[in-house]
Ligand binder design. Structure first.
Ligand SMILES: NC(=O)CCCC[C@@H]1SC[C@@H]2NC(=O)N[C@@H]21
Length: 475
């Protein structure tokens, strides 16, 4: 098929009680069944509306707040899909697997691919020098069941986020793919999206059409809210991304969407209620063959071709969380500015619709390692609203703005082809169809911004300059 209908469900996960003591297997299953009751409603609704595939979130079946011991009753042995297994029709083939059985039956009975995130356990012993002291590996795992209920994909999360001490790192990054009548799919989870393996490998080497992305993403302004970064990643790397976030406002987790190389097909962001939300859209099954598939971008062409940048003036340093940016204030209603840091020079031409005395915008540049334990290299050019007129606040989070722009054009001398274009409007809203990226690397508004602007950012990743991960320790 040329197109298919995809669904994601942002699920307000029912959490386990806060305890370090392991619960019994039946108590664990009772909690997981409560979550699967809700997911069942979403899966049935999606199937009724014609969806071919539905993605549910990371941690969506058992939540979080676990130790290595307390998550154990929630885990199942998940076999390699090569065994050709339909848990719905042969539930005890590999020992007790009630969660896989229920997910498989939901897929089979509703004729829909079901994507879920659960925990895998693999026993090991002293013949394996890396075997953890408690005799098992535990993995944060995505599973996919096809329309017959067959297990067709199993992916062990490679880039665990801080605090996921209940899980082990897999030895190697797994590039998991599977074919469907509506394109080739790849899968990874949450923090993985910021790294080369397996995310970029799936797109550039394995040439998947669509990435399945269960996530539990805490929003971080100004550059890493879920909808902002995930839509930018789909556009920058030019693939479909089906992103299902967990919904938990106290942890700033919200923001799911169906993102395409051309922009968001649909998205959801709700920091006010505790409701889940089902999203559906019709997407191209083979986006690379679509007439609207965007061309490859030379991200530094325009900025390096400017014969002489307008001189840098009045720059100052400011922190975006722990990253020290070089900023320059946009002092006038229109103009052009250049700001440099390290090997990166950022160039902005802009015209504001209204310049309010109460609002300050800056152009910022950052070229360096981000992160404390895992250090990975960012190159960022950003047009950014400051929270107040006090310049020392620039870089701190801001959710609302009043200033619209007649135009902006942002470019930079990036040393990478992996640059993700972000535009975020007041109220943490995306700007579908309102900006484009030119082949020479300029991020341009098309007819001005329809809403006030929080940030327009080119977020570059220099994967080859990332510091090696600290040892992937097994406990
Ligand atoms: N479950 C996960 O793996 C969450 C990791 C992604 C969260 C991203 S990484 C950088 C930002 N910091 C956050 O707290 N959220 C963002």
């Amino acid at each position: 098929s040329d197109t298919f209908t995809a669904a994601v469900y942002e699920h307000a996960v029912i959490l386990p009680d806060l305890t370090n003591e392991p619960v019994s297997p039946s108590e664990a299953l009772a909690l997981m069944n409560k979550n699967m009751d809700v997911l069942e409603g979403a899966i049935k609704e999606a199937a009724q509306q014609g969806a071919h595939i539905i993605v549910t979130p990371e941690d969506g079946i058992y939540g979080w707040r676990f130790t290595r011991e307390s998550i154990y009753p929630y885990l199942e042995d998940i076999p390699d899909p090569a065994v050709n297994w339909i848990p719905c029709t042969d539930p005890s083939r590999f020992g007790p697997a009630p969660v896989q059985e229920r997910l498989s039956c939901l897929a089979r009975n509703n004729s829909i691919y079901v994507v879920a995130n659960i925990g895998d356990k693999k026993p090991c012993d002293s013949r394996d020098p890396n075997c953890p002291g408690d005799g098992r590996y535990q993995y944060n795992t995505d599973v996919v069941f096809d329309t017959q209920g067959k297990l067709v994909a199993r992916y062990h999360k490679y880039n665990l986020f801080r605090g996921e001490t209940q899980f082990n790192y897999p030895k190697e990054a797994e590039a998991v793919t599977f074919e469907t009548p509506f394109g080739k799919f790849g899968i990874f989870t949450c923090f993985d999206i910021l790294f080369y393996e397996p995310a970029v490998v799936l797109v550039d080497k394995m040439q998947v059409d669509t990435v399945l992305f269960p996530t539990a993403w805490m929003n971080v302004l100004p550059f890493l809210t879920a909808i902002e970064f995930h839509s930018a990643w789909a556009m920058g790397i030019r693939v479909n991304l089906l992103s299902a976030n967990t919904h938990n406002t106290s942890k700033a987790m919200t923001g799911s969407g169906l993102f395409t190389p051309e922009g968001p097909a649909t998205y959801h962001y709700d920091s006010a209620t505790e409701e889940g939300r089902l999203l559906l859209a019709e997407l191209s099954a083979h986006p690379r063959l679509s007439p609207t598939y965007p061309p490859a971008i030379n991200w530094s062409l325009y900025a390096t071709s400017i014969r002489k940048f307008p001189g840098e003036s009045n720059t100052f340093s400011g922190a975006v969380r722990r990253d020290i940016f070089t900023f320059s204030e946009l002092r006038h209603k229109d103009g052009n500015y250049t700001v440099c840091q390290g090997d990166l020079c950022c160039h902005l031409v802009y015209q504001m619709s209204n310049k309010s005395e109460d609002e300050v915008y800056v152009l910022g540049a950052f070229d360096g390692l981000h992160g404390s334990v895992i250090k990975y290299h960012w190159q960022i050019c950003s047009l950014l609203k400051c929270p107040s007129t006090d310049l020392s606040t620039c870089g701190q989070p801001v959710e609302t703005a009043q200033t619209r722009f007649e135009m902006f054009s942002l470019s930079g001398t990036f040393g990478t082809s992996y640059v993700f274009p972000e535009v975020l409007y007041s109220g943490v809203q995306l700007a579908p169809g309102e900006f484009k990226v030119l082949r020479d690397g300029r991020l341009k508004s098309m007819n001005g911004t329809s809403k006030p602007l929080i940030t327009a950012t080119l977020f570059g990743r220099l994967y080859e300059k990332d510091q090696p991960h600290p040892p992937r320790i097994s406990l």
